[in-house]
Ligand binder design. Structure first.
Ligand SMILES: [Zn+2]
Length: 131
């Protein structure tokens, strides 16, 4: 869908000008990402799930997150990110070397998206207000 300037600005401010996934500050260039992917057909045009092309299904994303997420679901995107440490240990000599010299400390924890952390903060506030 094509966003109006007002819709695009509202979307940019959805997480206070931050990427919904990694939480970095959005620069001048950012993407309106489909949370549930529409799965574009870049060869023939169109997409697999046109019904998902709604404003409610859009979220602000930095270009890095938007590129890596691509047509992945949120859980597949989470798995891809979670696998980065494994692939760095397997494929990157620089990473392994930096780790050997104690410059990198790996932390085992589930991948949390910024929007999930924002929801947890909101839930906590709601709980403390109501109790
Ligand atoms: Zn991001």
């Amino acid at each position: 869908m094509t966003l109006t300037k007002q819709q695009r600005e509202a979307l940019r401010l959805k997480y206070s000008g931050r990427c919904a996934y990694c939480g970095c500050e959005l620069g001048q260039r950012w993407a309106a990402d489909h949370i549930l992917p529409v799965v574009r057909d870049w060869v023939n045009g169109g997409c697999q799930y046109p019904e998902r092309d709604t404003f409610e299904n859009l979220t602000p994303a930095c270009l890095s997150c938007n590129t890596i997420k691509g047509s992945l679901s949120l859980e597949s995107f989470r798995k891809v990110i979670g696998g980065f440490i494994r692939s760095l240990n397997r494929d990157s000599t620089q990473y392994k070397f930096a780790k050997r010299y104690g410059l990198i400390e790996e932390i085992e924890r589930p991948v949390k998206f910024y929007f999930e952390l924002c929801q947890n903060t909101t839930n906590t506030k709601t709980t403390s207000i109501s109790s």
